[in-house]
Design a protein around this ligand. Structure first.
Ligand code: HEC
Length: 164
């Protein structure tokens, strides 16, 4: 090769660029879907699950939109727990998206009219991080409140089961 140094530099740069995904802050982005994804499609990928900033935005929205009022910090209250392995409507990103955007019949309000799809996907990423269903290095390392449970980064992965 004529420029071995240049090649090494280019390779290092590529590696660096690839490593930055977790830390990227994408302020304008087209969400994976701007409408309701069908529950039957298992392959919807939520790019926010790879991005620490988006997950912490989801964490902020979780408090702002008072998800805590019903689900507490994930352990559940009047609404079901979101950090355990039992899911009524499914743990897949698109099922969680539908739960949040359209609401569910037994008391889950619809947030689709209040939030753009992008922020619903950030909530999806955060909710799934509560059950350790997302990449560990992207899960929030701390919360701004008293911690009643270990931070999501400390959680062991759950195996989701769907109950009737
Ligand atoms: C007024 C209380 C209330 C609020 C506020 C609320 N939820 Fe819920 N949520 C519920 C209830 C009750 C259910 C169960 C609904 C059912 O069984 O049909 C539920 C279900 C869910 C589910 C589906 C869980 C499963 O097991 O499949 C998700 C995900 C969820 N909520 C997320 C959120 C998020 C995120 C927010 C905030 C943006 C939020 N909820 C705000 C009461 C609430």
């Amino acid at each position: 090769m004529r420029h071995p140094r240049a090649a090494t530099f280019a390779a290092a740069l590529l590696l660096l660029l690839a490593a930055c995904e977790r830390e990227q802050r994408r302020f304008a982005e087209i969400a994976p879907s701007s409408s309701r994804p069908p529950d039957s499609r298992p392959s919807v990928v939520n790019p926010y699950e790879e991005n620490a900033w988006a997950v912490s935005e989801g964490q902020r929205l979780y408090t702002w939109f008072n998800c805590r009022g019903c689900h507490a910090m994930g352990g559940g209250g009047m609404g079901p727990a979101l950090m355990d392995d039992a899911w009524i409507y499914g743990a897949e990103p698109q099922a969680v998206f539908t739960s949040i955007a359209e609401g569910r019949p037994n008391g889950m309000p619809a947030f689709g009219q209040k939030l753009p799809a992008q922020q619903v996907w950030q909530l999806v990423a955060y909710v799934r991080s509560l059950g350790a269903l997302t990449r560990k290095d992207v899960r929030p390392g701390r919360t701004d409140t008293m911690q009643a449970r270990p931070a999501p980064v400390m959680t062991t992965p759950a195996t989701p089961v769907q109950r009737p």
